[in-house]
Write a protein that binds this ligand. Structure first.
Ligand code: 6PG
Length: 256
């Protein structure tokens, strides 16, 4: 494990071990938040790597294993499809995790990325977050945990290279057309992501090694800064990798 003052890199010897490490960190975060503050506000991500984590949590942390009743679930991004569509992040999380653990339905907040007016829907989702998620010292909602995945192109949430959402400084949730996908997405912006107490980025697979190396060891001119390279939370930044994804990462990242 390598650490800077707020950044911790944890490397599992396999994707399965990285998923287990992420599950342990997820459980510790939830327990610490509910012990300290009585509730835990978590924003989840789509993707196959987060999917593996949700599956493990559902299989190993059933009733009584975690204070699920104190958990409030949000979504860091969503595709422009109905919530019962197999492409929906909410649909994936519901089938993989939420159908198997006792999170109160009123504590689950799907992101309306298939709304008629996406800008209005994004504003409303942001207002809901501002009302429900306790603010940090800077007045911004501070999630107890924002879970993120990363694509091989370095995108995270639905923040893709070359889109203006990367540079958004005032809106906390925004809707955008993503040219590389040819689709609309709704997503947290970096001001909201970086306001979190803890951001956990989980990345596995050798196809992500190049992006991991650029994100964790950007050159001093930052001219190769990928979207995930902009993650810089006020709280802790935990990066969970498997050996394949970490293979080009230059810092000392010892395997657990
Ligand atoms: C999505 C996610 C996206 C995902 C990454 C990693 O809507 O797909 O929010 O940011 O986390 O693309 O996905 P994989 O783990 O499947 O590579």
């Amino acid at each position: 494990m390598s650490e800077s003052n707020r950044r911790k890199v944890v490397v599992g010897t396999s994707a399965a071990e990285a998923t287990s490490l992420a599950a342990e960190l997820f459980k510790a975060t939830v327990c610490e938040a509910t012990d300290s503050r009585g509730t835990c506000h978590v924003a989840l991500s789509g993707g196959t790597t987060p999917h593996a984590l949700y599956k493990q949590l559902a299989e190993t942390c059933g009733y009584g294993e975690l204070p699920w009743e104190h958990l409030h679930i949000y979504f860091g991004d969503e595709r422009d499809v109905p919530h019962d569509d197999v492409e929906s992040n909410y649909h994936m999380v519901q089938k993989t995790l939420l159908d198997h653990v006792p999170v109160a339905p009123t504590h689950i907040h799907p992101m309306p990325a298939d709304a008629e007016d996406l800008s209005v829907a994004a504003e409303r989702y942001e207002q809901m977050i501002r009302q429900r998620v306790p603010a940090g010292d800077d007045g911004l909602p501070a999630f107890d945990l924002v879970l993120l995945g990363m694509g091989a192109d370095g995108h995270t949430a639905s923040l893709f290279a070359g889109t203006e959402t990367l540079d958004e400084t005032s809106s906390l949730v925004t809707a955008c057309f993503v040219p590389v996908l040819g689709r609309n997405r709704m997503t947290f912006t970096f001001p909201l992501i970086n306001s979190a107490r803890i951001v956990m980025l989980i990345v596995t697979g050798s196809d992500k090694a190049e992006a991991v190396s650029k994100v964790l060891s950007p050159d001093e001119h930052h001219d190769n800064l990928l979207p995930a390279g902009r993650i810089s939370p006020k709280g802790s930044f935990i990066i969970v990798l498997d050996r394949s994804a970490a293979r080009l990462f230059t810092a000392r990242a010892t395997t657990k």
